[in-house]
Ligand binder design. Structure first.
Ligand SMILES: [Zn+2]
Length: 496
């Protein structure tokens, strides 16, 4: 494994996140090799260590999760990671850590935001990771610079759907990488720091590569702005003239708890938080983070939590913010006076049935795309970034390989300097000024996690297409994807 690192240079390897046809289990290795009088010296850092959502498709019975394979790095002293940088708190970027610890591996010190630490502590408690096994956690803020060996890493705030999301500018002698993390350009925000464009601009001449979150690349224009989601939601509530509003939100996205709450406040409706245990768990974390809904309400509206009997205290006119557990009888007795506002595609199916069976009117993201809080940049976001910088090489991540292949022609027309080969997990690249070369491409493996008692074991499984059981094949086939990019290209060409 060290053979490929026998030459000085700055290397990048996706270990998860550049999957054939899935988008989870993110993990990226950066290794800087410099020559010293005493020989070659290596500095390795990892960015993110998530879990692969569709572990069942890997075919190991009774599995709990699957994680990227970083065992070689942990076992090879020369390449030992000196730090693990965390972009944000979502499971596909964070949850690998606990499984490695439960399997008996030692982790390097972690660098991440305050909210990321809160979510990680919650995971430690859930998986009963004893205090002494937990790696050091260094809390970082926007603008922090951290020196690790021959690298300097600067934290850049990122607009995403949870608190304390970061991208990183990773500086080596050979190349300067902007690793975006999950982000969009949107600077309208009610609860967090937006993407630090000012800072990115100061690096315009220096950034040579953008390791970019291409999760939203199939959509044209800019990603939906938070302000637009808020305005749309308030408008629907007002125009509906209904008294009882149900707004389901996605629990891992604090953004939507806040936007739904603010829309209720704007339309002067009392709020009841009502959902599953998972929903309340995240609500608790949001409050512990320092968000006070009572304070925001300033006595203009009442805020309730949990118990259905609270409904009588909530009066005639209220908004229920929850998730997709049963909506109960909140609406049942007078469906005519109710409306549901579905804020994420994944909630559509279970709720549609409930609303239909109760004769409750509802609107969905399908009809009103602004309703979905969206944490990933669209093509427009990356055009903006490309214009801000000086033609860096774009290295896509967080996107199935077939989608990256599908967008190449369009991206070229739009003036992007895309990496020539589509990066796949476990390929090794060397980043140099204006260059990005593929060094090796060994087949990637996932480690499927099984628990017996309190300890985890790993089963190695080759990466293979698994979307037959995932959601991507159904929602976004390779053919549909190609057609969509072709349409966008045609429209752009027409516009000139
Ligand atoms: Zn995310």
């Amino acid at each position: 494994m060290t053979d490929c690192f026998a030459e000085s240079g700055f290397y990048w390897r996706p270990l998860g996140g550049n999957n054939i046809d899935q988008i989870s289990g993110h993990c990226y290795q950066y290794t800087d090799i410099i020559s010293k009088k005493s020989g070659l010296a290596a500095t390795t850092i990892i960015v993110d260590l998530g879990k692969f959502d569709n572990h069942q498709a890997l075919g190991i019975k009774n599995s709990t999760a699957a994680v990227p394979d970083i065992r070689n790095l942990l076992k090879t002293p020369f390449l030992n990671p000196r730090a693990l940088f965390l972009t944000h708190s979502h499971p596909d970027h964070l949850n690998g850590i606990v499984h490695y610890l439960k399997a008996g591996f030692l982790m390097p010190p972690l660098y991440g935001g305050k909210y990321t630490k809160m979510i990680l502590d919650d995971l430690y408690a859930t998986f009963k990771v004893p205090e002494y096994m937990r790696p050091d956690f260094i809390c970082i803020k926007d603008g922090d610079r951290i020196k690790i060996g021959s690298l300097e890493i600067e934290a850049i705030a990122a607009s995403h759907t949870c608190f304390d999301s970061f991208g990183f500018i990773i500086k080596s002698k050979k190349a300067v990488v902007y690793h975006t993390g999950d982000m969009k350009i949107d600077s309208s925000t009610y609860f967090r720091k937006p993407t630090n464009l000012k800072k990115i601009k100061t690096y315009a001449d220096k950034i040579t590569h953008v390791v970019a979150d291409f999760c939203g690349i199939t959509e044209d224009g800019f990603a939906v702005r938070e302000a637009d989601t808020f305005k749309k939601m308030a408008k629907i509530i007002r125009k509906s003239r209904k008294d009882k509003i149900f707004i389901p939100v996605y629990p891992t996205h604090p953004e939507m708890y806040l936007i739904a709450f603010l829309a209720a406040l704007k339309t002067k409706k009392n709020v009841i938080f009502y959902g599953s245990d998972n929903f309340y768990g995240y609500l608790e974390l949001i409050k512990n983070y320092g968000i006070s809904f009572e304070k925001m309400a300033k006595n203009r509206i009442k805020v309730f939590e949990g118990k259905p009997q609270k409904i009588t205290e909530a009066g005639k006119s209220f908004v229920v913010i929850g998730d997709y557990n049963d909506i109960g009888t909140f609406f049942g007795d007078s469906p005519k006076n109710s409306i549901g506002i579905i804020t994420a595609k994944t909630f559509f199916n279970p709720l549609k049935g409930q609303f239909n069976s109760r004769n409750i009117k509802f609107v969905t993201v399908q009809d009103i795309p602004e309703l979905q809080g969206y944490g990933h940049g669209f093509i427009g976001d990356y055009e903006y970034l490309n214009n801000l910088l000086k033609k860096p090489i774009f290295v896509p991540t967080h996107c199935p390989c077939y989608i990256v292949e599908g967008c190449r022609q369009l991206m070229q027309y739009l003036g992007f300097n895309m990496i020539e080969t589509t990066p796949q997990n476990n390929q090794l690249y060397k980043f140099e000024y204006e260059k990005c070369s593929l060094i090796t491409g060994e087949p990637a493996t996932w480690l499927v996690v099984n628990y017996s008692g309190s300890s985890a074991t790993f089963n190695e499984v080759w990466q293979k297409p698994t979307s037959g059981e995932g959601f991507l094949k159904r929602t976004f086939s390779a053919r549909r994807c190609r057609n969509k990019f072709n349409m966008m290209l045609l429209m752009r060409q027409k516009r000139g």
